[in-house]
Design a binder for this molecule. Structure first.
Ligand SMILES: N[C@@H](CCC(=O)N[C@@H](CS)C(=O)NCC(=O)O)C(=O)O
Length: 228
């Protein structure tokens, strides 16, 4: 966590928390899920990663999204910190206490590490294909199959015996990984539909059908700074 400089004219301290967000970023979407679940009033500033506003860089020089700028000048630069901050304000379905915190952390680390790396290759195989001189299709299929073997099949097995990834109740981990699994499913929807992951598919469909999810996935216009 860092602090905003109150003298910084790019970023005067806001009245409401400000979230810099990008709809196609799964980290940003997990932050938005928690903020909305907590009922926190927040100004969402939808940005483009290829054209980051100066105010985002001023608040957070590393300039990844999401970034949450609080009225007291605190800046949260990690999506999981934003989720925890939001749920500390209000946690109506007890996502934070649904499962041991260490289990949440382990599952999210697997998602943000191994799974995110394989997801990126699956989504953009041509990046690696150009470097390795191998066909993009083969690289995508290998990444997809590795993701299933190492991550999604074990999650599917867990979901056969329980409604959520860590037990009978929805936890932070379910919501933290949901936007990533959604992206995986969307790369090749027909393949995912037929994949041997029936319980994961049902979990995904159920969560994506909830008003909370559809609300955060609504498209927003790109934020225009008025301070220029
Ligand atoms: N560990 C960070 C990761 C955030 C992240 O990597 N976001 C990506 C977009 S999905 C980003 O902003 N990348 C910077 C860029 O592409 O310039 C978090 O959990 O918030």
């Amino acid at each position: 966590m860092t602090s905003a400089d109150p003298e910084n004219s790019e970023n005067p301290l806001p009245d409401l928390p400000v979230l810099y967000s990008f709809r196609r970023c799964p980290y940003a979407m997990r932050a938005r899920l928690a903020l909305r679940q907590a009922g926190v009033s927040v100004e969402i500033r939808e940005i483009l990663l290829r054209d980051k506003p100066a105010a985002l860089r001023a608040a957070s020089p590393k300039a990844t999204v999401p970034v949450l700028l609080l009225p007291n000048g605190q800046v949260l630069e990690q999506s999981l910190d934003i989720m925890c901050w939001a749920l500390a304000q209000a946690d109506p379905a007890a996502w934070l206490s649904a499962a041991p915190w260490a289990d949440n952390q382990a599952l999210i680390a697997l998602n943000d590490g191994v799974f995110k790396r394989l997801l990126d290759i699956y989504k953009y195989p041509q990046r690696q294909a150009a470097a390795d001189g191998v066909s993009g299709t083969a690289i995508a299929a290998a990444a997809r199959d590795a993701a299933v073997l190492q991550v999604l099949a074990p999650w599917d097995v867990a979901l056969r015996r329980q409604a959520y990834l860590l037990g009978p109740r929805c936890s932070v981990a379910d919501m933290a990984v949901l936007p990533f699994v959604r992206q995986f499913a969307a790369v090749d929807a027909a393949w995912f539909e037929a994949a041997p992951l029936p319980s994961l598919r049902a979990w995904l469909q159920q969560l994506m059908g909830e008003p909370l999810f559809t609300a955060v996935m609504e498209k927003l216009p790109v934020w225009q700074s008025t301070s220029l």
